[in-house]
Design a binder for this molecule. Sequence first.
Ligand code: IYR
Length: 224
Amino acid sequence: MPHHDQGFQPLRHTEYTPAEMLARAKEFHEQHEDRRTVRMFSNRPVNREVIELIIKTASTAPSGANKQPWNFCVVTNPDVKAKIREAAEKEEYENYHGRMSDDWLEDLKKFGTDWHKDFLTTAPYIIVAFKKAYDLDEEGNKEKNYYVNESVGLACGMLISAIHNAGLVTVTHTPSPMNFLQKVLERPDNERPFLLLPVGYPAEDAQVPVISRKELGEMSAWYE
Ligand code: IYR
């Protein structure tokens, strides 16, 4: 059967009792409340199989026409990490010294960020999510992808959940502009860098800024 016409099959679905449902929802929420963006990493190694599973989890995300328009590049090679750090810091230096507005710099003060990106060489893994504007079929014809930003954003959200679930930490780093990643990682023309995520254990003395999350009433509207 051709790949584009695979028919239908019965849904595999687990239903919980209302009490179980509530308990599971609570536990999942509590687990997510403990997720923090971390910029201070340990260089302790992480089992490759865990990273594979995290990426497989991300790739379960829904996508426009199920095109799965993403490619996750996984970097452990120290030379490649060093190249990424050098190029990212060069761009970030420019960002922090003129490209970002005063308001923007003011908004970032509480996070204590600057152009130094130590985590790019400290974390054992760097995952770079690429979005695929289009795919190429066997004859090299362009096949359009749909809702590419939304799809890859969803996959990255699930990636972040999976990283946290495994007891690891990350930061969503978006060096800007980030096209240097396409060059450093030698990606084909249809792949554009979307998001960079160092992954590993937090540094033993890792600190995070004090932040708060919006209350339900501030970030949702109910029409009952
Ligand atoms: N990309 C820069 C600046 C930065 C921008 C935002 I918006 C942040 O939430 C955090 C940082 C950097 O990575 O430092």
